[in-house]
Design a protein around this ligand. Structure first.
Ligand code: MN
Ligand code: MN
Length: 468
């Protein structure tokens, strides 16, 4: 636990509450940066929306689509199926001397609509969902929800859908059971069985019906509405990516407005700070990649996940553009000379559940970006562990740039655990370490980050990109 020492002690590793460190001017900068971050969080609630945001802002900053520009540009971006985006900025050194990568993920835990979502009962129209990623199901009950995504119609047209965000929009909800009748159905069960995956159906409408025959019209009423508004029919839902997310806006948390609360901060807080770090950094020594990937929450599988070859494909393409050489040897040598931060969130100590942490090795909210040497669970299983040498390098980069950092492990030994994309980056021979801010209420519909940690994370990623 960081302690308040009166005298500076060269031997001990002292951390400070960042709010006692910032000058008035810096605090103002921190708050402004957080406001810009909140605007991003409000706009972006899915991986597709994140790709749109980063693509548009990269374009504004002079970045060109790599596929449509054959030339070796200084600022490029690559998009993978509108689910992942990599933004590349050329450094002074040739690509073959290695690249710098910050890898974050754009997907967050949520509920996806099923491909045949329609369900009706008790005069209510509901939509079936299949949850995505690690959620505590009960947290999604009785709270306003929005639907975001796209539908591809039979004729190939793409229809964008976003309902529940504008103040005038309707919202959706999974109604919880009243306490009066919960005695047997809920109170006798463990938290994980309070509500089942199949029970996560969202309330989507109602029509007064009197006869049995009319009851059947509930679905068609909803379908008619969807058809008149979006021109979509039932079959179109099969070719759709529709995500149910919390309808709430991000908000300041606390009287002092020191924190940001909002959905999807795991891991868009790292994607945003990595992107800003890349754009705002002065001239870079090494070619740098903000690698913003999909599917982390479900194991990084698939063509848009970090287990795909996409990172290698991008580096091969960069080598080809520059040197007209991208053979296996050149590519693997480049990989071994490359360095990466796996930019993901850690668990900040929650005073209500302190017992899950070894406090000496846990992240404290408001004490800076968290370096995590290894993730995994049950004896570091399934983890990339950064070498002591590379950990030292990152620590020195942060120290030199006056970034306040702390060390954090995800919980006590054998308490649980989790992974990041670190192991999927390091498998290529790339030196990789985890670093990102600590969150409170991670994976909940309202995650909380300290604005100070947000700022130190941005500073840390900027320092990594521009380091010698
Ligand atoms: Mn994450
Ligand atoms: Mn996560």
């Amino acid at each position: 636990m960081p302690n308040k020492k009166k005298k500076k002690d060269k031997l001990s590793f002292e951390l400070k509450n960042l709010w006692t460190v910032y000058s008035q001017t810096e605090e103002k900068t921190v708050m402004t940066f957080a406001d810009e971050y909140k605007a991003f969080l409000k706009l972006v609630k899915t991986e597709r929306e994140a790709v749109d945001f980063f693509r548009e802002n990269a374009k504004k900053a002079g970045y060109k689509c790599a596929v449509s520009t054959g030339k070796s540009g200084k600022k490029l971006y690559y998009v993978n199926r509108d689910h992942a985006i990599a933004i590349v900025r050329k450094g002074k050194k040739p690509v073959s001397q290695g690249v710098r990568i910050i890898g974050a993920h754009l997907d967050s835990p949520r509920l996806d609509l099923k491909q045949k979502p329609f369900f009706e009962d008790s005069n209510l129209s509901m939509l079936k969902t299949h949850y995505y990623g690690g959620i505590k199901k009960y947290q999604w009950l009785s709270r306003p929800l929005a639907i975001h995504g796209i539908v591809i119609k039979g004729n190939g047209d793409k229809v964008k859908i976003s309902v529940g965000e504008d103040p005038g929009d309707p919202v959706f909800v999974i109604p919880d059971l009243l306490p009066h009748l919960a005695k047997k159905v809920q109170y006798s069960k463990g938290v994980s069985e309070l509500v089942s995956g199949e029970q996560l159906k969202i309330l989507a409408g109602q029509k007064e019906v009197k006869s049995e025959e009319d009851k059947k019209k509930l679905t068609s009423f909803l379908l008619e509405l969807l058809h008149s508004r979006y021109g979509i029919v039932q079959e179109d839902f099969v070719s759709a990516d529709l995500e149910v997310v919390p309808a709430d806006d991000p908000r300041d948390v606390g009287f002092d407005r020191s924190m940001v609360g909002g959905y999807g901060q795991d891991d868009r807080v790292c994607a945003y700070t990595a992107f800003r770090g890349m754009l705002d950094s002065p001239q870079l020594k090494y070619t740098s990649i903000a690698f913003l990937i999909d599917k982390e929450e479900i194991g990084s599988d698939g063509a848009t996940g970090a287990q795909s070859n996409w990172l290698a494909d991008i580096i091969a393409d960069l080598l080809q553009r520059e040197d007209k050489v991208s053979d296996h040897y050149t590519l693997s040598r480049t990989m071994h000379l490359s360095e990466a931060i796996s930019a993901d969130v850690n668990a900040a100590v929650n005073p209500l559940f302190k017992e899950v942490h070894d406090i000496d090795n846990a992240a404290i909210s408001g004490y800076g970006i968290v370096i995590t040497k290894f993730t995994g669970s049950g004896g570091k299983f399934s983890s990339n562990e950064a070498t002591a040498e590379f950990t030292a390098k990152i620590r020195n980069i942060f120290n030199k740039a006056k970034v306040q950092w702390q060390f954090g492990e995800l919980g006590k030994v054998d308490e649980g655990g989790g992974g990041t994309i670190a192991k999927h980056i390091s498998k290529w021979g790339i030196h990789t370490i985890d670093a990102g801010p600590g969150l409170l209420g991670m994976h909940s519909p309202f995650e909380i980050v300290s604005k100070a940690d947000l700022w130190e994370t941005y500073k840390g990623y900027s320092a990594f990109f521009s380091a010698e």
